[in-house]
Write a protein that binds this ligand. Structure first.
Ligand code: KG4
Ligand code: ZN
Length: 338
């Protein structure tokens, strides 16, 4: 059978990413990160679009070179249609359209959230693939969802955040502590040397499988402000314990909802995805749940957790196999139907 080469482009937020896949194997996975947003404490959409414009051609060039694949060998081009920042999405979509037209090959539109979930189907040594149906917990800077995944193209959201995403809870806590954006990875790092039981934060009361993180954020802010008034060095002196305690309550919130989702659906296969699934505390707790509750858990390879194009490529490959192509009038969507 003929080899299928997919070029995948991801530009939904602040990272410009390109990957080349041969079937379900990743040949190259390149990400140009934008550090221009650090000093603003969050992603600045106008700056993000401009940086995508600067980076997209070089990033794609590097991805093709690393994969040792010529443009002419490509079978199709997959790109992120949404959700994301409109100006950022437009850069990737327009580039994908032009290249598919120039090479006369099909175009495939990919939902970024589906991609975070289906990243588990990338063929990687030492990583098992889930079987359908399974539950996916997608946790990122923009989303917090529990999804029942029935098939590659059939998924239902059974729980989601009613306000902030879990990544925002990490990033906003980091901001309160004076750490640069995005603070999630730093909280993870400091938490390793802290006492998770030192500062007990209360978990929000939310019905069913939904989440809420805005109350927790306010609780953390008031707690820090109150303590800094008493002791101006409170943050420096307790940095590790604060991070460990915040991370601990977030993990408890996520685990409680997962336990409820398993009880409601009877599905014991759990896959995680999205930037926050890079968190080492979440990874260890989830692994421990295998022995504790008899779950089978799927934790993606580190490079497929935060935004990347390989995950767009694996969805592109599945869509290619099922002839799910799009025409050149396709439009980017900041919000997208699941
Ligand atoms: O999926 P992603 O790269 O972009 C979005 O689609 O949002 O997720 C980025 C989020 C940020 O909030 C970042 O702080 C968080 O993932 N993150 C982490 C860790 N690594 C990234 N949060 C906690 N612990 C980490 N190790
Ligand atoms: Zn993402």
């Amino acid at each position: 059978t003929e080899k299928v080469f997919i070029l995948a482009i991801e530009s939904s937020c602040d990272d410009t990413a390109a990957a080349v896949l041969c079937g379900d194997k990743v040949l190259s996975n390149v990400v140009a990160r934008q550090n221009i947003h650090e000093e603003y404490g969050g992603v600045v959409p106008e700056l993000a679009s401009r940086a995508h414009q600067q980076n997209i051609v070089p990033v794609i060039d590097v991805a093709l070179k690393k994969a040792n694949v010529a443009k002419e060998q490509l079978s199709a081009i997959a790109f992120t249609q949404g959700p994301g920042l409109m100006g950022s999405l437009l850069v990737g979509a327009s580039f994908a359209k032009s290249l598919s037209m120039a090479l006369n090959i099909p175009l495939i539109a990919v939902n970024h959230m589906h991609a975070h979930i289906l990243a588990h189907f990338i063929d990687e040594e030492g990583f098992d693939k889930p079987t359908f149906p399974f539950l996916a917990l997608t946790i990122s800077g923009g989303h917090t969802q529990i999804v029942k995944v029935n098939d590659f193209f059939n998924m239902e959201i059974i729980g989601e955040t009613t306000d902030d995403a879990v990544g925002e809870a990490f990033d906003k806590t980091a901001k309160i502590l004076g750490l640069p954006y995005p603070g999630g990875p730093l909280i993870d790092q400091f938490a390793k040397e802290g006492n998770p039981k030192k500062f007990p934060f209360t978990k929000p009361k939310v019905e069913g499988l939904d989440f809420s993180f805005s109350g927790l954020k306010t609780q953390i802010l008031y707690f820090i402000q109150k303590n800094v008034l008493i002791n101006p060095h409170f943050i420096e002196e307790n940095k590790h314990d604060i991070c460990a305690s915040v991370q601990n309550v977030i993990i408890e919130i996520l685990m409680n909802k997962l336990k409820l989702a398993v009880a409601e659906t009877g599905i014991k296969q759990i896959a995680i995805g999205g930037g926050v699934s890079a968190n080492s505390g979440i990874r260890t707790t989830l692994k421990a749940a295998e022995g504790k509750y008899g779950w089978k858990t799927f934790i993606p390879k580190f490079e497929y957790t935060t935004d990347n194009a390989a995950m767009i490529g694996i969805v592109g490959y599945q869509k290619y196999l099922h002839d799910k192509f799009t025409d050149s009038t396709v439009v980017s969507k900041a919000r997208i139907e699941f």
